[in-house]
Design a protein around this ligand. Structure first.
Ligand code: THU
Length: 135
């Protein structure tokens, strides 16, 4: 469980990260801030592309930058988007977060506060890959 100070800090960082979004097509800015088990914060924002399907969400850019720095255990992620919208992570992002930390917290910006979930509430029965010995 995160402390309320940790949640507040992540929320502020997610709001700030939103300003880094590259979203000229949807104009829908999303920011994320991810807290690692060892107390580091990685931020992310959505990065769109003229070939729309190549867009990467804010949550995943945050996860990928953490993993590239060798961090793979997360305590929580805060997400912020348009004022008035509840920024529930999309299914793809839920699955990517679950890969690393199924029990992490997901903190959603609701302008005058926050909504907090456990990731496993948002993605029960996640896909996991079992590889056979024979291949
Ligand atoms: N988006 C995110 O960044 N995170 C989500 O979980 C859902 C959607 C972005 C992708 C796209 O740039 C914009 O929001 C509109 O779909």
């Amino acid at each position: 469980m995160l402390t309320s100070a940790e949640r507040q800090l992540l929320l502020e960082k997610a709001r700030k990260a939103k300003l880094k979004a590259y979203a000229p097509y949807s104009r829908y800015l999303v920011g994320a801030a991810l807290l690692t088990e060892d107390g580091e914060v990685f931020t992310g924002a959505n990065i769109e592309n003229a070939s729309y399907g190549l867009t990467v969400c804010a949550e995943r850019t945050a996860v990928f930058s953490a993993v590239l720095k060798g961090k793979k255990k997360f305590k929580g992620i805060a997400v912020s988007s348009k004022e008035g919208d509840l920024p529930y992570p999309c299914g793809a992002c839920r699955q990517v977060l679950e890969e690393f930390s199924p029990d992490m917290e997901v903190i959603l910006d609701i302008s005058d506060g926050m909504k907090v979930y456990a990731l496993n509430e948002l993605l029960p029965y996640a896909f996991r890959l079992t590889l056979s010995e024979e291949g």
